[in-house]
Ligand binder design. Structure first.
Ligand SMILES: *Cc1c(COP(=O)(O)O)cnc(C)c1O
Length: 369
């Protein structure tokens, strides 16, 4: 059965290649592979199983960690936001999910522990991002407080998150790394700093544990350039079909609002993908689409289920032809730039209605990892 609906091909060999690239950038670090947001849109369980060589997996929320355990993943899992509710603490304890503890509410909950005991935890230090974490000045106090509780012996390490790792020339990142070092001085605990941009560009962020996300999926964390420039391979290739062709006269207005007006008699292709699939609605006229491997420009407004492309100079184009929106041959970073966003958003917003097709996935259930 051949479907005309969009499909995201997930290249698991590329995923493994990109993990090897992480190891080359940070050879002395252990790696939390970040698989939050459904593996950046690539499928949580499938990605986690393929990344069996990673030392651990990191997710945003307890619920994501529980899903990984249900899938049989037995490696260390770090929950980057920790818990909010006692139920989540109990689930983390039951499933052996390490929690990032970043505020006093969590510290008090952790101090009380649960019937099951306490899970492993990392202390999150706010060295300048000002999102989650204890100020460095409170680290002594919170660690002292928790040292005298059931949680005391389950502290694993200290982590922080960089606000400007994608701007490596900015001295803020070095300052953040130094601040974590000071907060950790004399404690003999492992540290975790670098995300993708940090571990690529900033030696000081190649800490005991690094936390790459976007680079595993083959995209660059930086504002310019692509993953290929960093030796990465795209993991997701988003594809669909040409579902109709219109022959329109000069002056015909195309799509909602008629924002594109045909400058001459021309053929316009209708491609079966839209913002309801996660294609960005703000992709403007001129955004490239690959049709049978060749670039054609998008024209007019993106609809929920369709886009239009300019077929001038493509007399061979026919209904059923394969269109690639991003991935192999068309970097997702380029589409993101055109649409005024970042590759992260495009990848993790691919809608549930888009089928994920896994190429060369991990054999077995990944549980061995
Ligand atoms: C998402 C996230 C990461 C991964 O960031 P990338 O830029 O995708 O490499 C690392 N650490 C934390 C705390 C995160 O929230």
């Amino acid at each position: 059965m051949t479907w005309s609906a969009p499909c995201a091909r997930i290249d698991h060999a590329a995923l493994r290649h990109n993990l090897a690239a992480v190891r080359r950038f940070a050879p002395a670090s252990r790696v939390w592979a970040v698989v939050k947001a459904n593996g950046y849109g690539h499928g949580l369980e499938a990605v986690a199983a393929t990344l069996a060589e990673a030392d651990g997996l990191a997710v945003a929320r307890v619920e994501e960690g529980v899903r990984l355990r249900r899938a049989g993943i037995r490696r260390p899992i770090l929950v980057l936001e920790g818990m909010v509710f006692a139920d989540e603490l109990a689930a983390a304890t039951r499933d052996d999910l390490a929690l990032a503890i970043h505020n006093w509410d969590q510290a008090r909950l952790l101090a009380r522990g649960g019937e099951l005991g306490v899970p492993p935890w990392w202390l999150k230090v706010d060295t300048g991002m000002h999102r989650l974490g204890f100020p460095p000045a409170e680290v002594d106090e919170v660690l002292g407080y928790l040292a005298n509780t059931a949680a005391g012996s389950r502290l694993v390490g200290l982590l922080t998150h960089l606000a400007k790792a994608d701007e490596p020339e900015d001295p803020a990142s070095e300052r953040q790394c130094a601040a974590l070092g000071e907060a950790a001085a004399g404690r003999g605990l492992p540290l975790s700093i670098g995300n993708s941009a940090g571990l690529i560009a900033l030696p000081a962020a190649r800490s005991d544990w690094v936390r790459p996300g976007i680079m595993l999926y083959g995209a660059s964390p930086f504002a310019t350039g692509t993953g290929a420039d960093l030796g990465l391979r795209p993991v997701m290739t988003l594809q669909t079909r040409l579902i109709a062709i219109q022959s329109l006269p000069r002056g015909a207005a195309v799509g909602y609002g008629g924002t594109y007006v045909c400058p001459e008699d021309m053929r316009v292709g209708i491609v079966g993908i839209g913002y309801g699939d996660g294609y960005p609605r703000h992709a403007p006229t001129g955004t490239p689409v690959l049709l049978n491997g060749e670039r054609v420009p998008l024209i007019g407004r993106v609809s929920m289920d369709m886009i239009h492309v300019d077929l001038r100079g493509r007399p061979q184009a026919a209904v059923g032809d394969l269109a690639t929106l991003w991935g192999v041959g068309l970097p997702v970073e380029e589409i993101a730039t055109r649409a005024g966003t970042i590759a992260y958003e495009l990848l993790c917003r691919v809608a549930q209605r888009v089928q994920l097709e896994h190429d060369s996935p991990a054999v077995g259930d990944g549980a061995a990892g």
